[in-house]
Design a protein around this ligand. Structure first.
Ligand SMILES: *Cc1c(COP(=O)(O)O)cnc(C)c1O
Length: 228
């Protein structure tokens, strides 16, 4: 599945064409799905190579690492969109709001409060996704599926936060399709149109089940130097 030996341009072309095929097979418009290039832990040279292909949407899972990588690159790359896809501590909310265009890991009220405060202080309003712990794994961030609809409603009513969509990271040892289908069902119940789901190994499955963005790291950049 991974294309670690091909150039970033070939790898990206392959991924984009597989995405289009998966969309078509699902009766969805091709080009309707956003490729989020997950650059966490990748060497700068590979990030530059992927930027050179025209890729503009990137995902990072740590605020500090993302600041170091992207703060200086913004000015040189029009249309850059940065997405936080890793857990966010409330005390990093302001840094995250300053850097990211999309925060995909909102999963608790304390963080919502911190985000509102940071938005007021900075005047920036990143788009927000709620992370759902579809596998109800103890060690994993995200809301329990049964709490999701209430939480999304409460974000709007109590905090004035519009939620764009839902995000999940399925358990590694289970078929991802079950979790993608659950996330799609929850989003429909919440009236949300956007679904962030699918990674290198399963982005086509995610698209068949309704993903509007897929988060692809190793299949695009090659394997991460450090195990994640
Ligand atoms: C690392 C990561 C990815 C990308 O994983 P790959 O298997 O390398 O595609 C996607 N989503 C999240 C939340 C991640 O942390």
């Amino acid at each position: 599945m991974t294309q670690s030996h091909s150039s970033p341009r070939d790898a990206r072309d392959t991924i984009l064409s597989r995405m289009d095929q998966a969309a078509k097979a699902a009766g969805r418009p091709a080009g309707d799905i956003t490729l989020v290039a997950v650059s966490k832990k990748q060497p700068d040279a590979r990030v530059e190579a992927v930027l050179a292909t025209g890729q503009r949407v990137f995902g990072e899972n740590r605020v500090q690492e993302a600041q170091a990588r992207w703060a200086g690159r913004r000015a040189d790359h029009d249309g850059l969109e940065l997405r936080l896809i890793g857990p966010l501590q409330s005390n990093k909310a302001q840094d995250a709001v300053e850097l990211f265009d999309v925060i995909e890991t909102l999963d608790r009220e304390k963080l919502a409060k911190a985000l509102v405060k940071a938005m007021d202080a900075t005047g920036r309003r990143p788009r927000l996704y709620v992370q759902v712990n579809t596998g109800e794994e103890e060690q994993k961030a995200g809301l329990a599926p049964a709490e999701t609809a209430n939480f999304v409603a409460r974000m709007r009513e109590a905090y004035g936060l519009e939620i764009e969509g839902l995000m999940c990271i399925p358990p590694v040892e289970e078929p991802a399709s079950l979790h993608f289908a659950l996330l799609a069902k929850l989003a429909a119940e919440c009236g949300l149109a956007k679904l962030s789901m699918g990674m290198s190994a399963d982005y086509e499955t995610a698209i068949k089940l309704g993903a509007t963005s897929v988060r692809v790291g190793s299949a695009l950049f090659g394997p991460r130097p450090d195990p994640a």
